[in-house]
Design a binder for this molecule. Structure first.
Ligand code: COA
Length: 161
């Protein structure tokens, strides 16, 4: 029943926009639902008011459906996080967020974008591969997995300048 209601509320046109400090609670909640190590609302708010951080969000109907966030350093940026709510995945929202984000970064003079992704994160690897990111290095045993397993982090890069 709850799943049905969530799906109903998440219908409609996706509305993409720059994220502001008012999105901190929704981003923290989505981050906590998406990653093993959560960010507190205060941490997210601190990032959103940081002039060196760029973030966009997408809302569908009444659902906060996703966000993407990068930190800038000179003409480089690192994507810190991207997540789409589970009931909104597989509809191209991450692709739209990433496209808008890369346009914003390019507009700010960024020439190279980096990120780290778990070698087993198939949706994210597909998303970034399609957007032109290429693997430049690999950090072994970087992400802890349940049962004492670990996974490598792939470091991906895309030039946009
Ligand atoms: C990664 C994530 C943001 C993708 O969001 P999304 O809105 O579902 O992605 P899109 O619909 O734009 O699809 C992007 C690509 O991933 C593929 N994909 C989506 N879900 C998939 C799945 N479960 N398995 C394999 N590929 C998948 C899509 O087919 C698409 O590839 P295509 O263009 O070749 O068809 C989402 O899965 C997520 O929030 N995951 C948890 C957080 C996370 O891991 N973030 C990335 C950290 S680096």
């Amino acid at each position: 029943m709850i799943g049905f209601l969530r799906t109903l509320l998440s219908r409609g046109e996706p509305m993409l926009a720059d994220a502001t400090a008012r999105d901190a609670g929704a981003i923290a909640a989505l981050h906590a639902a998406s990653f093993r190590r959560g960010w507190s609302e205060q941490e997210v708010e601190g990032l959103l008011v940081d002039r060196g951080v760029v973030a966009q969000r997408v809302v569908v109907g009444r659902t906060f459906a996703g966000f993407i966030m990068s930190r800038l350093a000179a003409d480089e940026a690192e994507i810190l996080s991207v997540a789409v709510a589970r009931n909104c995945q597989g509809r191209g929202l991450a692709r739209q967020l990433l496209n808008l984000h890369l346009r914003r970064l390019a507009g700010l003079g960024v020439r190279t974008v980096f990120l780290e992704v778990d070698e087993h994160n198939a949706p994210a690897i597909k998303l970034y591969g399609r957007a032109g990111f290429r693997e430049v290095s690999r950090r072994a045993n970087y992400y802890p997995h349940p049962g004492g397993q670990t996974a490598a982090a792939l470091v991906l890069r895309r030039d946009i300048g």
